[in-house]
Write a protein that binds this ligand. Structure first.
Ligand code: ZN
Ligand code: ZN
Length: 154
C-alpha cells in the first residue's frame, strides 16, 4: 500500500484546507486554459472571444467570459495562439501558428487562411527599405467567399 501523499494524481492533494483549495484552483485553471486552447485550435474559423466562450461552455459550464478573455491573452503571449486584428472586427483568435495571411468575406464575415510564398520577401523588403525590424505583418484580402458568390450568382 502506498504511503499517504505518494500516490498519483489527485491523491497527492491530501494536505490541509488552504493547500487543498489552492491545488484545486490551480487544477481548475489548467483545465480551463487547456479547454480554451483546444477550442481555438480545433476550429479553423478564427473565432472571437465570445465564440470561444460559447464553445468552451459546452464542455465547462462555469467558465466566465472574463476568464476566456484572460486566458486568450495569456495563450497569445505564450505563443500558443495568435490574436488577430482585422479591419473593423473584434479581435479573433487563430490556432494556426505557421505564417499565413487572411482573406475575409464582406458578406458573411468568414475568414479563410491563405499561405502566400512571396509575402516573406515583401516583409524582408519592408525591413530593408525602412531599417525597421519587422515583427509582424497584417495582410488582409477582402471579397466574397465561394458560398456567398454562389448565392449571389457571381
Ligand atoms: Zn461569405
Ligand atoms: Zn489564420
Amino acid at each position: 500500500m502506498a504511503a499517504p501523499g505518494t500516490s498519483l494524481g489527485m491523491r497527492v492533494i491530501t494536505v490541509t484546507g488552504g493547500a487543498t483549495v489552492t491545488a484545486t484552483m490551480k487544477l481548475r485553471a489548467t483545465v480551463q486554459r487547456q479547454t480554451i486552447l483546444e477550442a481555438v485550435r480545433e476550429s479553423c474559423d478564427h473565432p472571437t472571444a465570445e465564440e470561444v466562450h460559447r464553445r468552451v461552455r459546452l464542455r465547462l459550464s462555469n467558465v466566465s467570459l472574463g476568464t476566456v478573455y484572460r486566458n486568450l491573452a495569456l495563450l497569445d503571449r505564450a505563443g500558443e495562439i495568435r490574436e488577430l486584428h482585422l479591419s473593423g472586427e473584434p479581435a479573433r483568435f487563430d490556432g494556426e501558428m505557421a505564417p499565413h495571411d487572411h482573406v475575409r468575406c464582406t458578406r458573411c464575415g468568414r475568414i479563410a487562411d491563405v499561405a502566400l510564398g512571396s509575402v516573406a520577401e515583401l516583409q524582408a523588403q519592408a525591413a530593408e527599405r525602412t531599417g525597421f525590424r519587422v515583427d509582424e505583418r497584417r495582410i488582409e484580402f477582402i471579397g466574397r467567399c465561394p458560398d456567398c458568390r454562389r448565392q449571389a450568382g457571381n
